[in-house]
Design a protein around this ligand. Structure first.
Ligand code: NI
Length: 151
């Protein structure tokens, strides 16, 4: 078990575009395991690799539906709209209202490099959109209609 340090807003790492994963080896599995430990310890709904200083297209999402690992993820379809609160482990002490699709379809690779697809709605879809934005250097504060202080 290893908790990784979460990079904070202002660090250029969070603004970079991440590279696709090409090697599905122990280095990737260690990163995924550490991201799981870190997101659980921090009580987040998700975490993207650039938040722990790794510029690779890797995210984890930890929601009611379960714990998920998405590698090289791509949204292939989206439907509807929802407005709701978001926070981010890289933007401490704040929350903001962001508009996201109500439903998304995702294609991605699992930790063994196998192609997978998944449908998500509601908060699960929101968490996926938020984490995928991180892979392109986008933070929710860039999109929020309203930002306020939060605990
Ligand atoms: Ni975030």
């Amino acid at each position: 078990m290893a908790i990784r340090n979460v990079v904070q807003v202002g660090d250029e790492t969070l603004r970079k575009k991440c590279f696709a994963v090409e090697k599905f080896d122990e280095g990737l599995w260690q990163l995924l395991d550490d991201m799981k430990d870190t997101v659980r310890m921090e009580e987040g709904a998700g975490l993207a690799a650039p938040q722990v200083g790794v510029l690779r297209r890797v995210v984890v999402v930890d929601v009611e539906e379960g714990f998920f690992e998405f590698i090289n993820p791509k949204i292939t379809a989206q439907k509807g709209e929802q407005c709701g609160w978001e926070g981010c482990l890289s933007v401490r002490g704040k929350r903001g209202v962001v508009s996201r699709p109500m439903k998304v379809k995702l294609s991605y690779l699992d930790r063994y490099g196998k192609e997978q697809t998944l449908s998500a709605k509601g908060f699960f879809a929101r968490a996926i959109c938020h984490e995928l934005d991180h892979l392109d250097g986008i933070l929710y504060i860039d999109k929020a209609q309203h930002i306020e202080a939060a605990d």
